[in-house]
Design a protein around this ligand. Sequence first.
Ligand code: PLP
Length: 457
Amino acid sequence: MDPVLAADLAAFPDLLDATRRYATDVLAGLDERQVSPAVPAQTTALPSTGTGFAAALAEFDRRWADGFAASAGPRYLGFVTGGATPAAVAGDWLTSAFDQNPSSRSGAEAATELERETVRWLAELFGVDGHTGAFVSGATTSNLVGLAIAREWLGEQRGVSVASAGVGALGEVTVLSGAPHSSVYKALSMLGLGRDRLRLVPTLPGREAVDPAALEEALAGAGGPAIVVGNAGTVNTVDFDDLRALVELRKRYPFWLHVDAAFGGFAAVSDEHAHLVEGLAEADSVCVDLHKWLNVPYDSAVQFTRRRDLQVQVFQNAAAYLGLPTDNPDFVHLTPQNSRRLRALAAWFALAAYGREGHRDIVARCVAEARRFGALLSATPGVTLLAPVRLNVVCFTLDDPERISEVLDAVTASGEAFLTPTVYKGQTALRAAFSNWRTTPEDTNRVHAALAKALRG
Ligand SMILES: *Cc1c(COP(=O)(O)O)cnc(C)c1O
């Protein structure tokens, strides 16, 4: 064994202790860390002789750590960014310690069963009990898997297996959606269906929710089976398609209903908001991100479907040593990955530790903070909300939109908060997304104060 590696092996417990202390300091300082610091560009060549872990940690601390954003902290409101709860962090650490490969039950029986249990818990949490699913790396991959199954279903309608014959055998494809996430276009590109196949359907006036009448017209015009991407929580204004109306339409026009519920799916956890996702259980496939509002570390999401048979057709990886898919197929046959980490463990710990009630509380507090921030902005001169605060995102603009990037930069430079820009219905805008379990009213006040200061210039 390399002598440096051998020394690390001998000192393994101490090194983990040092890491624990280091991580404890990082987490204790999260609140005060610059929310999005500038990164000094200084890279080095690959070391030929290693330094051992202790020196590597010192080097990391010296060269990199200060540049890392407090994206796990309470005032990072860019994109839709969750943090990681204590149980989720610990579960993630143990994922590495056990280093399981739940791709096939062979040699990893308990790990695959734990993933199945976690997927069932999540299906219950989101009210999609009739679905089966698997862990994937993020909502983009979840959308990819859902749309891959949709593609296979289209083939089934036309008497071909795309998985065998290729996408060329499919012919014309119509994909319809009101306000899809950018990752849907990426998935269509990867699947050989093509970004241009997505036809945007008009949304309701002043909304990002699809207009069901316009969707019906588009479906009638499609002249045969299609794919519809329903949106349960758009990134700009967290708008929701009327899923029940979509399910009704499906009775008259054949289509695969994939629902992107990346973070909007968490509405199901809240009594006050569950109505927003009524009908989700009837979807053919569903995407929910976990590294957002479940507050588990990156990278974690779940995909659900009611047609696991088609999923296996697409993703099966038959090999003599892995065995053929059974009626309870191994995960190797369900997603783009073969070998994979036991992503489920962090989510399992989060759900075991805090349960439905704990996660309901996280959702409720985030929604409360989004509303407070919305109210503060409404009373701020020069600021206009572009949509009501429906859930956890506040979308707003400035009377002088020319100032948006300057104001954003000033907020970032203050180290107090991080917000991201967007374009909403052709208008340059700003977003603040509340999805972190730590965010308190005081944090919201600090974000507002940083913004108000930036506005004063
Ligand atoms: C975040 C998001 C995605 C993509 O998620 P990743 O985790 O970044 O892959 C897809 N759809 C919606 C609605 C999202 O909010």
